[in-house]
Write a protein that binds this ligand. Structure first.
Ligand code: NDP
Length: 301
């Protein structure tokens, strides 16, 4: 990696530190700043440059990567005295997570201040940064993305530009994290129910991973069903799904384990059945929760 490349990283939480560390390791001249001082000690020891203020930090590089908890925090950093002025004509890649609307608002602010702006999301944990396993998604002007690839690729992993609409990376991010967090909620509940039944986490884990291995195919099938509007549930009707969920809720609540998440999912399945779509697959829930499911014609059963 060329020593002529330079980047500024604003935000030194676990992810910001991982990003800055990967840039340093790749030989990129890396200037760092964080709201709370002291988080840069290890990075500076490895060769990062400490800036005394956010304005000084952004003035040090053509590209500034922002990675803080959310866009309230990102706004607070970017609107510090002198920062917008120092950023004029330079580029910000905001890799903090938030909603598509906040991403578009941030892009509008940047445009108003003459700042070139890319939005992005990081889809993998800190341990993947600087390795081939990292996944980074971006949206905003394609030419700007291409221009900054020489620096951003120092982070390793896969980098994908998803479109010019600045909200698009965040749209992917919230949809993908929706899958992640509901799965995590399911895992937490499964571990609690299993333990209540005398099954240890170590005993359950190999089988739990087997369930995880089913998901890629299920995602493929569900995506295709929604894309094609074909909800037929010949191999697994939603009545069967609802029955399975009932067993989970009964077991959970018999041990006093809160089954709220499963109750919510079971309630959606029951509503689909109640509207007359009992022979369809679970994926019909997508239409229900989007508000587009009218009662079926009577002959559907
Ligand atoms: P956090 O989400 O906890 O963010 C911590 C950073 O945000 C610190 O630099 C903190 O500064 C800063 N911050 C918080 N509030 C403010 C504020 N009001 N003004 C200025 N700075 C503020 O930790 P991470 O570093 O892990 O995450 C950063 C981003 O990366 C998040 O959006 C997260 O969703 C995303 N991400 C993280 C992953 C991970 O594995 N950790 C994986 C994928 C994405 P201070 O030190 O001063 O408190």
């Amino acid at each position: 990696m060329s020593a002529n490349l330079a980047v500024t990283v604003l935000g030194l939480g676990p992810m910001g530190r991982a990003l800055a560390g990967a840039f340093v390791a790749a030989g990129v001249r890396t200037t760092v700043w964080n709201r709370t001082p002291g988080r840069d000690t290890e990075l500076v020891g490895r060769g990062a440059l400490r800036a005394a203020s956010a304005a000084e930090a952004v003035a040090a590089s053509e590209l500034t990567v922002v990675c803080v908890v959310d866009y309230d925090a990102a706004d607070a950093v970017l609107r510090r005295p002198g920062v917008a002025e120092a950023l004029k004509g330079r580029t910000v890649a905001n890799l903090s997570a938030d909603t598509p609307t906040r991403a578009r608002d941030a892009a509008a602010w940047a445009a108003d201040h003459g700042v070139r702006y890319l939005d992005g999301s990081i889809m993998t944990p800190v341990t993947t940064i600087g390795t081939p396993d990292g996944v980074f998604i971006y949206s905003g002007p394609k030419d700007l993305y291409d221009e900054q690839q020489s620096v951003l690729s120092a982070l390793g992993g896969a980098h994908t530009h998803l479109g010019e609409d600045h909200g698009r990376a965040a749209a992917y991010d919230v949809a993908l994290l929706d899958i992640f967090w509901t799965t995590m909620a399911g895992c937490a509940h499964a571990l609690a129910v299993a333990r209540a039944e005398g099954v240890t986490p170590g005993e359950l884990a190999p089988f739990a991973k087997g369930i995880g291995a089913i998901l890629p195919e299920a995602i493929e099938e569900m995506s295709q069903a929604v894309a094609e509007g074909d909800y037929s549930g010949t191999s697994n009707p939603i009545t069967s799904s609802a029955s399975s969920m009932k067993h989970i809720i009964a077991t959970s609540e018999s041990h006093g384990v809160d089954a709220g998440v499963m109750r919510a999912a079971a309630g959606q399945a029951q509503r689909v059945i109640g509207l007359g779509y009992g022979t369809d697959g679970f994926v019909r829930v997508t239409e229900l929760i989007a508000g587009g499911l009218a009662a079926a014609e009577p002959e559907r059963g």
